[in-house]
Design a protein around this ligand. Sequence first.
Ligand code: DGL
Length: 267
Amino acid sequence: MNSSPIGIFDSGVGGLTVASAVKRLLPEESVVYFGDTAHLPYGDKSPEAILHYSKKITDFLLNNDCKIILAACNTVSATVWEELSGYTEGKSIPVNVIDPVVSRITELYPGSRYGIIGTKNTVGSNAYPEKIKKIDPAAEVFSMATPLLVPMIEEGFVNDDISDAIIKTYLSREHLRGIQTLVLGCTHYPIIREQIAAFYGHEVKVIDSALIVAGHIRSILESGGQAGKGRPAIDRFFVSDHTEYFSKIAGIFFKEKITIEKVDLWK
Ligand code: DGL
């Protein structure tokens, strides 16, 4: 048994989709969440900048005694994972959001024709096609960067005409024609998952990482005897800059009233 918290971070609200799935599956675990809203978006930053931000956040989560550090951000998981996991290893268990998803979907949908959407960095890294094809060479993978979606979501354009038009413009492109499975390769996108599924008339399987990654964390904790049972869970939420939308989304995902604390890790 280990009642230390699970550390989860992202550039902004996106990782809250994973954090809420973790809480749903593991209500007895405490979570420390960090949203790097001051440096958002990560999707077009250099790998050096992303690594620099991620290491600072990792230090913060380690200082909070986190037993697992989950990069709930595809951009971090795709671009700087090797360096970052080496940095965390030995002090806490590093988890990314790409590997658990790839192992699950290749098991469920062998030989599928996949579409992957994500930030410019995630798509440019080729992480998804390489990892999927390594396990399932018969799969076909078509990736496309959809860089407007993160700022759109962070600005609160969700379930409205503007977001419908942007989603339609991206997903109608020739490149994604005929896909059977669409992987939401960005943890922000589950927030618009229903709009995406509706665009396809619910005929394409839309995969998001939240529950898959939460299930992966549960099996790590259970197999390592590290589950945090026996104490009331205490969740804490930190941001590097206060934004109205972060509070709003956090309020939607975590129904009980939560406090959002601002910390400056870079001063
Ligand atoms: N939610 C993130 C991801 O999964 C970050 C997006 C961004 O900051 O550009 O990639």
